[in-house]
Design a protein around this ligand. Sequence first.
Ligand code: AP5
Length: 207
Amino acid sequence: MNIIFLGPPGAGKGTQAQRICEALNIPQISTGDMLRRAKKEGTPTGLRAKEYMDAGKLVPDEVIIDIVKERLAMDDLKGGYILDGFPRTVPQAEALDTFAVIDTVIELDVPDEALVRRISGRRACPQCGATYHVSMLGGRETCEKCGETLIQRADDQPKTVLNRLRVYHSETAPLVSYYEAKGLLHRVNGEGDMDAIFAEIMKALQA
Ligand code: AP5
């Protein structure tokens, strides 16, 4: 099953994509993680992406489309995958239609006020990509999966978060009607207990 996770920054796409990927034994393809890795390694793509990401803007379509196209051609995806963070614009969705067949789109719906609270408390593992909220860490500063010291993402500063939300509403939200028109969209309430949201997504995937 080829799945897209759609939703604003902080909606829980990464959190739930990791859980669903474990449950279905399929890879998670997070364009944000791929770009952060490229940035850390100082590749030409990473250096180009840095200025956009740090300002809370989208990386240009032509850059990200090529990266995803290359990734989706790899052999480990025969059993399906979750796209987390792609597509994010209508041109990206149209490009995706030319090189992939998507079975279902999960939209995680969370109001803006809750997103700002979540993002400002997020801590991320720079090694394996796991994410946590400070409220569930109980003072711990390392990743429970790989032991690496957790960090706060550069684009999780309040001013940048507001810009990311603006960009989501103008550039990415139109994808909701794009996939609704194709009959692929399942809207899931992304507020509340993480286990309950997981169960709701699994139910939508089995529908
Ligand atoms: P990306 O990394 O994709 O960031 P994003 O979409 O802004 O999403 P986030 O990672 O912020 O949020 P999430 O929905 O995954 O939430 P999470 O599960 O972590 O992209 C970063 C940047 O890369 C972009 O700004 C752009 O510059 C560039 N980029 C990437 N893809 C691109 C593309 N296709 N085109 C162009 N540019 C692109 O959860 C957030 C927090 O909430 C965590 O602390 C978590 O523990 C907590 N939480 C999760 N669920 C719950 C819950 N139910 N209740 C309470 N807290 C919760």
